[in-house]
Ligand binder design. Sequence first.
Ligand SMILES: O=C(O)CCC(=O)C(=O)O
Length: 387
Amino acid sequence: MNTTATSPIVMPSPRPTTEEAPKLVPPPAGLQPFAARAGESPGTWIDYAAHPAYRPLVQSASLKARLASLLVFGKYFGVILCKRLVSYELIPGHLRKPASVSGWLRLLREAGGNALRKIVPRSHAPAATAGGRAVRETLNRDGVCVAQVDAPQFARIAAITQPLYDRLRQARGQRAEGGREFDESRSYALRTAHAELFAAVGDALERSGILDGVSAYIGRRAALIDVNPQINDPSDDFWRRIFADLPPAERPAAYMHRDASGGDIKAIFYLSDVSPENGPFAYAIGTQTVRSGRLRDWIEETNDQSACSGTGPANRGRFAALPAALRRKCSFGNDVLPATEIAQRVLGAEWTITAPRGSVVLFDTKGFHRGGMVRQGERLVLTCVLG
Ligand SMILES: O=C(O)CCC(=O)C(=O)O
């Protein structure tokens, strides 16, 4: 068994030089960084009993519907607890769906190791390099950090990924236009099949000091977990196709969300120039500091996992039938009403990151973000999970 091919890439000690330290792009002047207030979270901002899209459903939910919703919630809450116990999102893609006994053993070993690290956490030294320190400080302050990848390293990544984008474009082309869910914009490159890609991305992250900075930010040695090529174009309508049963209305924070994962860092490499029209990634700076406690996080993640946070009538019905304390979600942006205080605070902090090909955007996935909402043209990115 080749063990190096089955465990996450753990980078050797960082070895960037001062010249290689990434030049970080500051957020534009004029943004109002989000100042989190004690105890607040998406669940405290939206009163679903008074929200026009939910109020009638909250009022009409029968006892049977309430019990059914609670039952579904309980089931998915269990799933989330298990996922958090083994840090599921930190298990690399190629281990997640075992097809053999040895595959199951590798998965169990990985999951067990993650669970053990929760009980006996390993401490990690503060960032050792200038680039790493800059990355950590920027993530601490803004939750997001934009850098330029070294040109030869970027060229290597672009060349290796070209066939993956060709294949993804072909797969997307076979589907009727419209009605595309966000996940259909991505493919999942497994490390076992794409070792060269993982090596190139890992190298770029390591040599720039980014991985060093991420390690210092999360307080443990970060590894490259997943690498996902992604294409977005105007046929991706996941952000427009919301509340389809209701009359059109202004949704100023449509698709804004925090990830329903256990809290990892993502690195989005821009493989095409990204303008305001072709789906820039956007992040509300400072929102990584909105922390309302693990239980509330788990409740939000449960509702996203069970699809209860969707905006279709059935999803809203299930969500509305939950007890008020459980009516909170990670993908809360669709529900933000215009001209509310929270709309103004989130949108006032939102950095829409237009940048040339060769840029990389790092962000704390528990901060509020959105992207891939293309009006014109096409956007190619490589979304990587670090943790
Ligand atoms: O594609 C984008 O720019 C947004 C991605 C995103 O929201 C995510 O990965 O959680």
